[in-house]
Write a protein that binds this ligand. Structure first.
Ligand SMILES: [Zn+2]
Length: 105
């Protein structure tokens, strides 16, 4: 499955409990068609004490959500963007915003 978002992109959540929020993509999981977005889809994990967290307790972390529930925010026009793709002289594909024509990669 080919995903349109990449690690480091800013995305807008278009479905689910965090609909309307924006966040930065922390991780992309192409095999599952999912992405992990900073501060989005937060789940609570009860953890035992360990070195990183000597007290143990509840750790909040973002859980993966379906990539189809997010939309790339174009850094050029700062709006959710539909993207096309373009190739440079070297043949490398990059995404381009269909609204402002800015290359996003
Ligand atoms: Zn744009």
């Amino acid at each position: 499955m080919k995903l349109k978002v990449k690690k480091g992109d800013t995305v807008k959540i278009i479905a689910g409990k965090d609909k309307g929020k924006q966040g930065k993509v922390l991780q992309v999981i192409p095999s599952a068609g999912k992405v992990v977005v900073e501060d989005i889809n937060i789940i609570q994990r009860h953890t035992k004490p360990n070195q990183a967290n000597p007290q143990g307790g509840i750790v909040e972390k973002p859980a993966p959500l379906a990539a189809s529930n997010v939309m790339l925010i174009c850094p050029g026009c700062n709006l959710p963007a539909k993207t096309g793709s373009t190739r440079d002289e070297q043949g490398a594909a990059s995404r381009v915003c269909k609204r402002c024509q800015r290359t996003i990669d």
